[in-house]
Each structure stands twice: as structure tokens, then as C-alpha cells.
Design a binder for this molecule. Sequence first.
Ligand code: SF4
Length: 350
Amino acid sequence: MHRSRSRASEANWQQALAEACRDPGELLQQLGLDPRLADLPASVCRDFPLRVPQSFIARMRPGDPDDPLLRQVLPLASEARAVPGYVADPLAERSAARGPGLLQKYRGRALLIVTAACAVHCRYCFRRAFPYQQQRASGRQAQAVLAELRADASIEEIILSGGDPLSLSDARLGWWLTELQRLPQLRRLRIHTRLPVVLPSRVTAELLAMIAACRRPLVIVLHVNHAQELDTATITALRRLRSSGATLLNQAVLLAGVNDSVAALCELSERLFAAGVLPYYLHLLDPVAGAAHFELPLARAQALMGEVAARLPGYLVPRLVREIPGAAAKTSVEFAVHKAGPSHNQNRVT
Ligand code: SF4
């Protein structure tokens, strides 16, 4: 690709990130909603400010305070309320740290915190209070992380995480991919990202070329919670990612008021598949301070998934999981599959 054209496309998505909306009142006004909905205690936005790009706002329904995309990003006054059991580090990630920017929770896999930046601030994020200043593999720490990985042959899969790794420049992302692929023991690379969904212009020809050039299998785990996030531009971007050779999976979080219905969960799986993405996990909410309003009773989550599993083929049913700090893997949450009535099967091809 011509160098000046690639610089221009990088500048485009970086500009879109820089112009993301950061003011709750402005966001509400843009959507034709009462800006007083954004009367918040100062601590809510000081600790975890609003951040949402215009490309994501464009997918919200104007005039609807219950829009499932708006609910994911709009700070609420209730976030300032202390709720028993909801804490700053619900997954005890501080104790999984092997050094600045390097976490190991599970055998054979390690997770790198390569950036603190995200395109969007999701109000339910379990890392909303993560100490990125100390726990980030940037600058000299990046070399220390690589040295640690070189010395540990048991780490066969590296997960680039954050923050959002695709908020890095192509040059920095390329540096990480090159360095990590020099590890002789490495079998797979994984990138956890929400950027191609929130800002599809991030899927540039340069990024696609970088992915296509990977010599190890690359898995991209996306994060989509509602089918409304998957508009035409996003689906096109995801299909291009898939064509570049990456395996695409999705993890979602089950969120009250966002995707807590059988119809929403089924449509999410269907639209993901149409975009070339397999539904992988549906996480129960991690009890992070400020996110209690998204919680759904466990029995309700199980009942929903029982119904979803009765309607969809197995490969479209994500695993319902919760993360228990210190466990050897994600913990599956069991549920009974409801027997589907004739109306459920009318349009089903098996
Ligand atoms: S994009 Fe991911 S890491 Fe960033 S705020 Fe959302 S959930 Fe958290």
C-alpha cells in the first residue's frame, strides 16, 4: 500500500478517536434527550469519564433513553453508590500480575496490558479502576515483559489486551506482533478488542496486511453486546478482518437493560454469524464498583440461555460463564434447555 495513503487512513481513525464525545450532557442533547439525565456526582466522570465515538453514537436511537447502546456508555448517578459485593478489582487481577503489564491467570496463557486507552468507556468494565499507570507494558517495561516471556517456555499463547490493543498505532502494534512471534514456544496470538466494532474505520488496509502477515494463528476476540452495534459498516469491517486470516470470536456481557431478552440474544448470535464471527462467551457481570445496575439474577440468566439454546443451533449458543478469581479456567454456568414449542421451530433449518 502507498505509504502516504496508509498514513492518511491511520490519521482518520485516530482523528475519530480524538473527537469522541466526552460530555454526557452533549451526548444526550445530540440524541434529543433531556440533558438533566446527566446530573451526576462529580466522582462518576472524574474516575471513569464518558468516552464514545460518533460512529457508535450514530447507531443509537434518537429520543430513546433506554437505547441498548446508550445504556452501555452513559454514566449514571447510581454509579457513585456503594453496593455490597461490588469492588474495584472484582477478578483480583492485582494478584495475577507477574510484573508491570503482564498478567497470568491460566496455565499456558499470558495477558499483556499494552495500553490503557479504549475507544469507548463501557460502564460495566471490570477494569474501570485498573491501575494502568503502574500495570502497563509500555516503554522499558515492554522489554522486561519480553524477557520474562522468553524465559518461560510454558507460555504458548499471548493475549494482547488493555485497554484496547487496536488503539495502538500500526507501528506499535506491528512491533508487538513481530517481537512476540520471535518467541519460539508461541503457538497462538490473541487480540481482545472492541475497536473494529465501535470504530470500523480502524480496520485499515495496513492493519489487514499486518494480520495477513502473521506466521502464527491469530484469534481476534471481539466484544459486541447487542445486534444494533452491528451496522453495515461494522459488518463489512468484520468480514474484511475475517478474510485477512484471523479467527473471529465474540464475547458479550449479559447486561440488564441492554441484552437481557431471548430476542436480543438470538439476534446478536445471528448477526455475529452473518459477519463471520462465532459467539464464544456470554459473561455474567463481574461485580465491579459502579456497575450494580447492570446485574441480572442468576436464575434469570439461566432461564434466558435455556430458551436461547432451544432456538439456535449449538454453534450459535455462547457459553454462559463467570470468572472466579483464582479458578483454573472460566466457570461454565449450567442451565436447563427449554423444550421449544412449534412456533420456535417454524423458521429453523437444522
Ligand atoms: S473496550 Fe473493553 S477494556 Fe475498554 S472500557 Fe470497554 S470493556 Fe473495558
